[in-house]
Ligand binder design. Structure first.
Ligand code: F0G
Length: 453
């Protein structure tokens, strides 16, 4: 059960089907353009959408808003240094700001960054620094149905080949994303992390963690990895950070705050370089674009997030929804992680071709039938067509992500999601696809306009 009770509530909008039909037409079937008050259950992202605890709010009241050297910074820095073991801690307003500062300071144009899977902003920041981002997911990740527990791992053979190969000298960093969001929220094992760290050390390449969901990764390690069953998630997280040379973190996930992030580093010279850029572009080194109260709430959130009772319930609620979805007759990317479920829309709608976006069709149907907002992760996001709408490139899978905000929705909300999916699955063959009528050249899914086929 939930290890907390509800003290403050926020009404959620209840809409009619007619209103939702109107809204979908108005936004040209792009769910990013809906107003949040047209959405009943918002599963678009688990980022910055969590509920604060009473202790976090109280910590926020203690916030010291001094421009430089605030008490909040020192409390924050000590908490993060203790968790990670890194001596140099720089706050940043969110994950992508930390990425930009770290990559601009670490990478030379023409270098290569390797990862189990780069998250899309991580890839964008590598590319903006004039570098190449290469993903090396483990082969097990390709089978969506297999229940192997560590499908977020990096392919160690491929990593060895890249580091020892002709491009090896150009590799400037290896990034391990824990958990692997781009790879279905799957965790990375400590064994995989340790071996990756050994390879990096042997080749003199820094290993960095993209630690947005470090606590959820640690929880899954305690559940599934031999030798870790008796460890606490906090102990596993501490060990993971210490295997790497540094980290960047979007605290909007496992910091359970609405805004915040940081960089942690062992290397003093790199930290100094990052600090100079931070001061020029984010804010002074003791606030990094955040308010003092944000730093205090983040520090408190980072302590709460590794509580076993909190993580156990988060895993349980995800498993509860996963079971509802399976019973409804919809396949998911197995096994379910903690931060999201990925629905296999390609399999649910085999009659909709990739260039008519089965994932988007499912997202729109979830909104129309249940007021639920989700995110397409398929050919609308990753595909490409020519000017006449004929397919040029399609995504490997047509998925829809249901991201689960932290401490926000109850089992009855998720039961509504399950029931809605059940209704959709029953008349799956009657659901149609979409065609694009207007799109932007990059990150098209945010601004695209569509029409039912
Ligand atoms: N790294 C990972 C693994 C992420 O999932 C995200 C954000 C970021 C970095 C960037 O952090 O948003 O604070 O700038 N993921 C969100 C999501 C947006 O919905 O998955 P940010």
């Amino acid at each position: 059960m939930e290890p907390y009770r509800i003290k403050v509530v926020e009404p959620i909008p209840i809409t009619t089907r007619e209103q939702r039909e109107e809204a979908l037409k108005r936004v040209h079937y792009n769910l990013f353009d809906l107003r949040a008050d047209e959405v009943t259950i918002d599963l678009l992202s688990d980022s910055g959408t969590g509920a604060l605890s009473a202790a976090q709010l109280a910590a926020g009241m203690e916030g010291d808003e001094s421009y430089a050297g605030s008490r909040s910074f020192y409390r924050f820095r000590d908490t993060v240094a203790e968790l990670t073991g890194y001596p140099h801690i720089l706050p940043a307003h969110q994950g992508r700001a930390a990425e930009r500062i770290l990559f601009s300071s670490l990478l030379e144009p023409g270098s290569i960054v390797l990862s189990n899977t780069h998250f899309d902003t991580t890839r964008a920041n590598v590319e903006l620094a004039g570098c190449q981002a290469r993903d090396l997911p483990c082969p097990q990740a390709r089978n969506l149905d297999s229940e192997e527990p560590f499908k977020g791992n990096i392919d160690l053979e491929a990593l060895r080949r890249e580091l020892a190969g002709a491009d090896g000298p150009k590799v400037a960093a290896v990034v391990m994303t824990i958990t692997n969001n781009g790879g279905g929220g799957q965790p990375v094992s400590m064994e995989n992390l340790r071996q990756a760290a050994d390879l990096c050390r042997r080749h003199g390449v820094p290993l960095l963690l993209d630690a947005a969901r470090f606590a959820e990764n640690a929880w899954l390690v305690t559940r599934h990895e031999a030798g870790y069953q008796d460890r606490t998630p906090r102990q596993v997280a501490e060990e993971a950070f210490r295997l790497a040379d540094g980290c960047m973190m979007s605290a909007k996930k496992d910091g359970i705050v609405h805004i915040g992030g940081f960089i942690g580093l062992k290397d003093p010279e790199l930290a100094e370089k990052c600090e100079r850029l931070l001061i020029a572009t984010e804010g002074f080194a003791t606030y990094g674009g955040l308010a003092g109260r944000d730093l205090d709430m983040m520090a408190q959130g980072l302590l709460e997030v590794t509580e076993p009772s909190y993580l156990a319930e988060r895993a349980d609620i995800a498993a509860h929804l996963a079971q509802r979805v399976r019973v409804a007759g919809v396949d998911i990317l197995e096994p379910p992680g903690l931060h999201a479920l990925y629905l296999n829309a390609g399999r649910l709608f085999p009659h909709i071709p990739a260039h008519h976006y089965p994932g988007h069709a499912l997202s729109c149907q979830l909104y129309l039938e249940g007021g639920i907002r989700s995110a397409e992760l398929g050919s609308l996001y990753l595909g490409e067509e020519d000017e006449d709408g004929n397919p040029v490139k399609s995504a490997p899978y047509e998925l829809v992500r249901l991201a689960l905000p932290r401490r926000v929705y109850t089992r009855s909300h998720y039961d509504h999601v399950g029931r809605t999916l059940e209704g959709i699955a029953k008349k799956a063959e009657s659901v149609g696809g979409f065609r694009i009528v207007d799109q932007s050249p990059i990150l098209r899914h945010f601004r695209v306009k569509l029409q039912p086929v």
